[in-house]
Design a protein around this ligand. Structure first.
Ligand SMILES: NC(=O)c1ccc[n+]([C@@H]2O[C@H](COP(=O)([O-])OP(=O)(O)OC[C@H]3O[C@@H](n4cnc5c(N)ncnc54)[C@H](O)[C@@H]3O)[C@@H](O)[C@H]2O)c1
Length: 268
C-alpha cells in the first residue's frame, strides 16, 4: 500500500519562504519546518525573519534567516543565490508578500499603481524566475504563490489589488505549463479573511470584522495556520499531481454570496 503518511512528510526537504516574518508566511515557514523541512525564512524585515527562525529552532526545527525585498528582482536573485549556497537542493519555494492600496480607480495615482504592480505581479515573476530556474535545473520542485478571493470576487476599492491577484492565478497557470515537463509544480493559495498583522486594523471595527466573517460559511475569520496547512499540502509529495491550481482556503467565501437569508425556515 502507498505510504500516505510519508507523502505529507517533509523530512529532508528544503524550503524558502519569502514573507516569513508575519502572518501567512510566518505560519507557512513554521508548518513546513514542523513537518521536517529546513527553511530559509526571508523577509524585508530581517529582525522579523530572525524571530521566526528562533521560534522554529525553539521547537526543534531547522531554519535560517535572510533579508529580501520581494519587489526587487536583484534582491530575489540574491536570495536564490543564498538558497543555492546553503541547500544542496531546493524542494519548496513560497512567496506571500502582497500590497493592497484600497482606493477607487478614480483615486488611484500612478505611484499607487506602480507600487501594487511592482510587488504583486512583478515580484511574483521575479520569484518564479529565480527559484523556477533552480528547480528546472534539478528537475524537481514546488513553487507556491499567494493569491486571494479578490482574484474572483471584488468590493469597491479593491479593483487594482484584485486584478493583480487574478494575474497571479494566470502566472501560476502559465508557469505551470512551462515547467511541468521539468518536474516542477506551480500553485497558489487564495485566502479570504485571515487574522494577521495586515488585517489587524479591522479588528478595531466590529461592524467590518463581522461583515467579513459573515461572507464565510463558518461565520468566522481563519487563522494563518489554517492557510499554512494548505501551503504545506501543496509543498508536499501528497500534491504530486497538482499544478497550475489556485487552492481557495476561504471558508466557503467564493462558494456563497452572502449569509443565510432564513428563507429555508419560511418554506417549512
Ligand atoms: N490576511 C488576509 O486576510 C489575506 C487575505 C487574502 C490574501 N492575503 C494575501 O496574503 C499575503 C500575506 O498576507 P498576510 O496577511 O500574511 O500579511 P502580513 O502583513 O501579516 O505579512 C506579510 C509579510 O510580508 C512582508 N513583506 C511585505 N512587503 C514585503 C516586501 N516588499 N519584501 C519582502 N517582504 C515583504 C512583511 O514584512 C510581512 O512579514 C498577501 O499577499 C495578501 O495579499 C491576505
Amino acid at each position: 500500500m502507498t505510504d500516505y503518511r510519508k507523502l505529507f512528510d517533509l523530512t529532508g526537504k528544503t524550503a524558502v519562504v519569502l514573507g516569513a516574518a508575519s502572518g501567512i508566511g510566518k505560519s507557512s515557514a513554521e508548518a513546513l519546518a514542523a513537518l521536517g523541512a529546513s527553511v530559509l525564512c526571508a523577509d524585508w524585515s530581517l529582525d522579523g525573519a530572525q524571530e521566526t527562525v528562533s521560534a522554529i529552532r525553539a521547537s526543534g526545527g531547522s531554519a535560517d534567516a535572510a533579508s529580501c525585498d520581494a519587489a526587487s528582482a536583484a534582491d530575489v536573485a540574491s536570495l536564490a543565490k543564498i538558497a543555492r549556497q546553503i541547500f544542496p537542493r531546493l524542494d519548496i519555494a513560497v512567496t506571500t508578500p502582497g500590497l493592497n492600496i484600497r482606493k477607487t480607480i478614480l483615486d488611484y495615482t500612478e505611484e499607487d499603481l506602480d507600487r501594487v504592480i511592482n510587488l504583486n505581479i512583478k515580484g511574483t515573476v521575479w520569484f518564479f524566475q529565480a527559484f523556477g530556474r533552480i528547480m528546472v535545473e534539478q528537475k524537481v520542485g514546488s513553487l507556491i504563490a499567494c493569491s486571494s478571493v479578490r482574484a474572483v470576487t471584488i468590493e469597491p476599492g479593491l479593483a487594482v489589488y484584485g486584478s493583480t491577484k487574478a494575474a497571479i492565478g494566470l502566472l501560476v497557470q502559465g508557469f505551470a505549463s512551462e515547467v511541468g515537463r521539468h518536474g516542477v509544480r506551480v500553485n497558489a493559495i487564495a485566502p479570504s479573511i485571515v487574522e494577521t498583522a495586515l488585517t489587524a486594523p479591522f479588528k478595531q471595527r466590529p461592524d467590518i470584522y463581522n461583515l467579513y466573517a459573515g461572507h464565510t460559511v463558518f461565520n468566522r475569520w481563519s487563522s494563518a495556520d489554517e492557510v499554512a496547512t494548505a501551503v504545506a499540502y501543496l509543498a508536499s509529495d501528497a500534491a504530486s499531481y497538482v499544478s497550475g491550481s489556485t487552492l481557495f482556503v476561504d471558508g466557503g467565501w467564493t462558494a456563497v454570496d452572502g449569509p443565510p437569508t432564513g428563507l429555508t425556515q419560511l418554506a417549512k
